[in-house]
Design a protein around this ligand. Structure first.
Ligand code: MG
Ligand code: MG
Length: 256
């Protein structure tokens, strides 16, 4: 079911989004060579709980942590571990979600650990750019295919591939609501967007082929060819006119 949020509800989600932004900022600052992914999870978990919010990933379908830490060929759903020490040159995907006063926020970033290669920097930059291209199309009256197509065009136009088996999603009182928000699509096709819809747009890109697979435990989704991957996600609210508001990026201003 697609839920339409009123202004007060979007405002509540704005507060959840602002808190999640702060949490991810704190985690990103600590993401350096020599640090364990379990330590990053601790930072996020403590910061969320201290603010009176709930880490939404913890125990979600049995997930054992409050953030996903996915390294290199792992694109999503990596489980933090005390045995996983971040190495110079890695790409770390940090995905986090929280619930504040009953409202969800969901956001992910990819950070380079220490110095990364030029090719990996390009993957990271293009993934972020593909998000903004997609989000720029998340306008009342446009369709979901417009969003997906814009993401896909930027990704593939730069020589990367887009993961097909996982998508973004509606978000509200639940982390995963309808509709599915794919990172590929046909312009002017799919669900028409309207004011009050809130969606998580989350491009997942591979440097090689787009096929990915989960490990037998159900987590750690990796590119099958083990090429590098990147992920970038924000929770965005469709407004009455113009560009959407990026709830998990407080103060973000669209350029035009
Ligand atoms: Mg997420
Ligand atoms: Mg999400």
């Amino acid at each position: 079911m697609i839920t339409i949020k009123n202004d007060a509800q979007v405002d509540a989600m704005r507060r959840a989004g602002a808190l999640l932004y702060e949490v991810l900022e704190s985690v990103c600052e600590e993401a350096k060579p020599g640090v364990t992914t379990a330590y990053l999870n601790e930072i996020a978990d403590q910061k969320i709980r201290k603010a009176g919010a709930i880490p939404s990933f913890f125990q979600y379908e049995g997930f054992p942590a409050s953030i996903c830490t996915s390294v290199d060929d792992c694109v999503i759903h990596g489980i933090p571990s005390e045995h996983e020490i971040l190495k110079e040159g890695s790409l770390l995907k940090l995905d986090c979600g929280l619930i504040l006063d009953g409202w969800q926020a969901d956001s992910a970033r990819t950070v380079g650990i220490g110095k990364i290669s030029e090719a990996d920097q390009k993957l990271l930059d293009v993934t972020k750019a593909s998000f903004f291209a997609g989000a720029a199309m998340a306008i009342a009256g446009n369709r979901l295919g417009d969003v997906g197509h814009a993401v896909q065009e930027v990704a593939e136009g730069n020589g990367f591939s887009v993961v097909r088996d996982y998508s973004g999603h509606g978000i509200g009182r639940e982390m995963h609501e309808d509709p599915a928000v794919y990172n590929f699509g046909i312009p002017n096709h799919g669900l028409k967007l309207r004011k009050g819809m809130v969606i998580a747009i989350e491009p997942m890109l591979c440097a090689g082929d787009w096929h990915v697979g989960a490990q037998p435990d159900g987590w750690f989704v990796r590119s099958l060819d083990h090429s590098m991957t990147a992920h970038y996600e924000h929770t965005v609210a469709i407004m009455e006119n113009g560009k959407p508001e990026i709830l998990t990026y407080p103060g973000y201003q669209w350029k035009e």
